[in-house]
Design a protein. Sequence first.
Length: 434
Amino acid sequence: MTETSVANRPGMALHTKMLIGFVVGVVAGIAANLLAADAPWLEGLIAYVTDPIGQLFLRLLFMLVMPLVFSALVLGVVEIGDPRALGRIGTKTLLWVLAVTAIAVTIGLVLVNLIQPGTGLPPEVGEGLIAASSDRAMEIATAREGVSGIQILLNIVPRNPVEAAANGDLIAVMFFALMFGIAATVIRSQGTRSFVDAVQGIYDICLKLIGWVIALAPYAVAALLFSITAKLGFDVLVQLARFVGTVLAALAIHFFVVFPLLLRAFGGMGPITFLRGAEPALLTAFSTSSSSATLPTTLKVTVDNLGVPSRVARFVCTLGATANMNGTALFEGITVLFLAQFFGVELTIAQQVMILVLCIFGSIGAAGVPGGSLPVIAMILAMFGIPPEGIGLILGVDRLLDMCRTVVNVGGDMAGSVVIGRSEGKAESLQQAA
Ligand code: ASP
């Protein structure tokens, strides 16, 4: 069921239902946390009702990600067809990712230097938080081994594409799909044409299934937000308010100032039109904290609501779901500097520039799943002699920040698609005129 067909039915539009689900989840969750925290019925409600509903929705989305990524990228490349156009869209996507991510990290670094959130925290609060999350912090510190330095680049090429798919290694699957698509464009035989038709079939089926899953979103959004707010409440947030405030302010500047400026200047689209069209994907990003889980919705609204040609959207959004993470890069920069301030590690300007570069590549290498950036942060911390256990300090508030940075990540994919889609339209009309 598509957004339009839902909207055409006598009831409410899907995005209105999702907003209602969101408000209901938050209000009920906070009320439950205030009135009945630790009550057995609340724990039961979360464990047996709201968590499973949220998990069901996430699983349904994740189930579709691999076939969708493979088919969308193969078709994206085949549809672009002309290798020159492919090179052009590829180069523009790369430029967009690098430039806009660099802007994002810079905003983060400037704000964290101005606000200095790490210097005001009482040491006992810090120690308590680190102790409370030490197990999880250890897990993350161990996981970082897989993402060290040159390994991030090597990991892009899978040894075994089936293994990469089974492990949820999206970047490697994308590389494989891109190569497959390029080869299928170069050989134009009967066999490759039937293959492409079959891939088109997979893609169409995935989109149909996504339509069905998205119809469940309002209920899932309510359930996911209830679980989070009922468990966390506001206490932890208050303790880390300055850190949270810095991250949120930087994300807001990037989302509400940088994106609108870029969209106006290069995409010919006003911010309100963008926000209205993008809303279902932004809400899905907020409630799932995962760019990958949001990808199906992102693709759909980018084509249907924002009017980006599907060949551009498939390419930019699919790659963008793991490689273009503005919010994540900004968050990594702030967190590293916050923890440096907290542990009293002095960083020179040169080191901060190095952190900027690492955050850009770290965001490309981070997985589009909840907490995907944490292993990368642990790696950067260790490189600068900042205790990686410090991650424990931010885990309590990470979920909320993850939700917000994922919105910025997904927003960046859609804004990039609009800008690149428009410039491709221009390039094509110039070619036709010539
Ligand atoms: N949750 C983020 C995403 O999927 C990644 C991260 O920053 O942890 O976009």
